[in-house]
Design a binder for this molecule. Structure first.
Ligand code: FES
Length: 358
């Protein structure tokens, strides 16, 4: 099943910057096809930590032809999974869900993207940059990458090596917020003003790219997205992957109450996953679809449970549902009937959700 976990062996652990590690997995031959990925996708990892199941999604930083499948994991203060992951060693086994995600760029389909990343937002962006440069001799890439200091830069050696190898086709700008660099324009944070300054100096030319990929905290992706549109980039060419929502992913109490009041009480929910139909009853005033399915013993795909990763994306094929929060579905997906099971409350007495819809 595409949505089920597989036990993989950790084959390498490499420190990246001061607080991150790249964790590599060896794939047995029979799982190579299942774990084939498009640059920019992520893996969901699952572990039991202090007696509780914890899942997190991490972007793949390797390229599809690499011998190992690797993810970048940055240690987050108080982060249960990221702290656990820092102690992983070669030979350990961990549960991993096959690749997912729509923040993707395939060699040949995207030729000259502008990539903008902050902190650990570099992980999917590195996979995209390497895959395009190595897989398409015509690809030209500009990467603007923000960090606090040089020591915080993840994959610095890999990026510099890429720059040396593809000098004519890869422009790399490091922006540092807590360390002075010789070139003044490279100091500070990546935001709307910084993009305008970089464009003014000719270091980036946003409107000339066939795609812009933004990966980092919500504040940065939103500010940059607005600035890029002002600079002539159409919205449909801007893609983003969110790492941290600006509000910390919490729903204001008034909004929660409003959602609970609107939701239907006694509801039959039917799910379609890997071709199998299953149903359960729930009360939308007391919870959301993912939690109710879990309580009924029905396993649905999920990772963040906070509306960010899209692992629980499904299409409403009958009935109505509304999300408490949504940080990842694009407007066209909502129009096409997609929803996030982890955030959805039914508004109708019957709700049918198709997790196989793409
Ligand atoms: S599980 Fe991440 S958005 Fe629902």
């Amino acid at each position: 099943m595409a949505s089920s976990f597989h036990s993989l062996t950790v084959s390498s652990v490499v420190p990246e910057g001061q607080t991150a590690k790249a964790i590599g997995f060896r794939l047995p031959d029979e799982l190579r096809e299942t774990f084939r990925f498009v640059p920019g996708q992520y893996l969901t990892l699952k572990a039991e930590i202090d007696g509780e199941e914890v899942r997190r999604s991490y972007s793949i930083c390797s390229a599809p032809d690499d011998a190992e499948l690797r993810v970048g994991i940055k240690k987050v203060d108080g982060g249960r999974f990221s702290t656990f992951a820092q102690a992983l060693a070669a030979g350990d086994r961990i549960e991993v869900m096959p690749p997912e995600g729509r923040f993707t760029a395939e060699p040949g389909k995207v030729k000259n993207p502008l990539l903008i990343a902050a902190g650990s937002g570099i992980t999917p962006v590195l996979s995209i940059a390497r895959s395009l440069l190595e897989g398409d001799p015509g690809a030209e890439i500009t990467l603007v990458y923000g960090n606090r200091t040089t020591d915080d830069i993840m994959f610095r050696e890999t990026l510099e090596e890429l720059k040396d190898r593809f000098m004519d086709r890869f422009s790399l700008v490091f922006v540092l917020s807590r360390e002075d660099q010789d070139v003044d324009i490279a100091n500070g944070r990546i935001d709307a003003d910084k993009l305008k300054l970089l464009a003014g100096k000719g270091l980036i030319d946003p409107a000339s790219h066939d795609g812009v990929y933004l990966c980092g905290p919500q504040e940065m992706t939103e500010a940059c997205s607005a600035a890029l549109q002002e600079m002539g980039v159409s919205q449909d060419r801007i893609r983003f992957e969110l790492f941290t929502p600006a509000d910390g992913g919490t729903i204001p109490p008034a909004r929660k109450q409003e959602q609970e009041e609107k939701a239907a009480g006694d509801v039959v929910v039917e799910t379609i996953l890997d071709g199998a139909r299953r149903s359960f009853r729930m009360n939308g005033k007391q919870g959301k679809v993912l939690d109710a399915a879990h309580a009924a013993g029905i396993e649905l795909p999920f990772s963040c449970a906070g509306g960010m990763c899209c692992t629980c994306r499904c299409r409403v094929v009958e009935g109505k549902a509304e999300m408490d929060v949504n940080y990842s579905l694009q407007p066209w997906e909502i129009e096409a009937g997609f929803t996030l099971a982890c955030q959805s409350r039914p508004l109708s007495e019957k709700l049918v959700l198709d997790f196989d819809a793409s």
